[in-house]
Each structure stands twice: as C-alpha cells, then as structure tokens.
Design a protein around this ligand. Sequence first.
Ligand code: RIB
Ligand code: CA
Length: 311
Amino acid sequence: MTRAAIVLDCDPGLDDAVAILVASRYADLVAITTVNGNVSLDKTTRNALVVAQVAGLDAPVHAGSAQPLVPHSLDASHIHGENGLGADIDIALTRRVVSDDAVGFLVELVKERDDIHLVAVGPLTNVALAIRRDPRFASRLRSLTIMGGAACGGNVTPTAEFNIFIDPEAAAIVFDCGVIVRTIPLDLTKHVIAHAAHVDQLRAADTSTSRFVADLLVYYGRIGATVKVPTLGALHDPCAVLAVTNPELFGLVPRHVDIELDGQHTRGMTVVDARRNVEPADQNALVGYSVDASRVLRMIVDASIDPRPAT
Ligand code: RIB
Ligand code: CA
C-alpha cells in the first residue's frame, strides 16, 4: 500500500511531538517544517529535532517563521511548558536543521513533486507565506489539512482556537487561496483525549519513544489532574495526520469558512457557515465533526511505542 507523502508543519508542542511519531509510522514523512506558536521558533525547532533524534527519524527539519504576520508575543507555554515539551528534556541533541527557509523549501518541493500532502498543525504563517511567494503553491499540493479552528467554541478565547488566533491573517490567506482546506477543529479533537490508561500502556511497552510520550502525556495532563476522570489532554495534532492516512476514521462535511480579523470578541474565529449545504462554488473547506476516537487513540499509542513505518 502506498503511504501518503506528508510534510508536517508544526509548533512542537506536546501534541505536535506525538503527531510527528504518528506521521512517521503511518505516512511517508518527507519533511518537518517548524513555526512559531506554542513556544518560540527556536524552541519549536529544537523540539522537532529532539523528537526526530529520540525516534531515529530521517525526515529533515526546516525552520520557518519566527513571528505571525501581525507580530505579537502570545504563546502556549503555560500548557506545553517553557521549553515546549513539558518538563526538561535531558538529551545531547546532535540533529541539526537542514535550513532556516521552510517557506522556500515548501515552495520548491511542490514544484518537483505532485504527491505532497501538507499537514499544518500550528499557526498557518509558513503556509500563508508560501502562498504569497507562489500563488500556485496550494494548487500543487495533493491535499492541505490543518488542525485548527472551532465551529462552536474556542480554547484561547470563547470564539477562537489557538492556531488560528495566533495568526488569523495567515489563516485568512489560506482559507481564501482557492483550495479545499481539510479542517480538523476542536469540535472533533475534543473527543480524542489521552487517559492514564494510555500512559500505563506506554510505560509497559518500555521503548525509548513510549517512555518519551508517557512523560509528555503526564505533563500535558497536569492541567486536567483536578478532574474526576484522569484525562490527560486532547491529542489535537495527531488527528490531522490520521485524517490523511486513515480518512475512514473521520467525518468531514463541505463548508464555507471565513476568518474573523476585526471582532473585539471574535478575532481569530473560524466562522463556519453550517446554515445549509454549501454551494460547490462557495465551498472552501471540509470540516471535521466526527471521529472514531478509540481507533485513533489506539493508532496513536501504537505509533508512540514504535514510530517506524508500519509494514
Ligand atoms: O488548539 C490546539 C492547537 O494549538 C494544537 O495544535 C496545539 O499544539 C496548539 O498548537
Ligand atoms: Ca500544534
């Protein structure tokens, strides 16, 4: 079976780190590009290199944008830790980035290859800059899938999801670029929750990556420790990867999505028009609402135990 050729644009980040392992196991992970988001670009890039080194991945890492199109200093270090991967990671990092021009890498890659599925699981700054640099960039992709947005209720504000909120101008460029944006929003990922039982499975497997992910999930779950059911956190980003490799596990519907840029209370909102079946000419997105969460979580645990390409 041919494995989808994926470039993962990410801001590691705890769930981004798991998404890298999931892409390695179930896709052909062509490259990793990094962007400012959960933490600063130097940290998200270091974290991508850490995951690649811990997992022994060959995928090259290209660093991208250090700031959103409208610069600011908001991040999610209160969720992902100051370093972006939870508690301090004690590792002698030997992996290095291949370039500091992720945008140029993306633009040139899709001129050479017509099979690239771009999966963006951080703010969309790199993707928007690639579209600005080459208006044909998005049309050259085999598909474009993002983790981002929310049809009903944000996480950073009552209306906005983090990846969109950090760079709404970039998101507006992406949703207006003329290709269908396969969108995995909070409405879907809120059903994919890691539990203490998953940590137990990872600890029992006792591989270098399973121990690494178990530690990430425990840190991620510290914010949920007060709830009665020992949930650890929504695994948002791996869902976007699996929506490409295993689309049968997801329910996506045609929609028109606009990005609010100016609202006092709604900046960064993905305004999803669900009033009626969208006219084909108006459709710019396929929005995910349903998922086989138990199957997705099983696949995530398996990839965390062994990220080598599944035969
Ligand atoms: O809102 C969830 C998204 O924001 C995920 O991609 C997470 O990594 C953070 O970047
Ligand atoms: Ca992310």
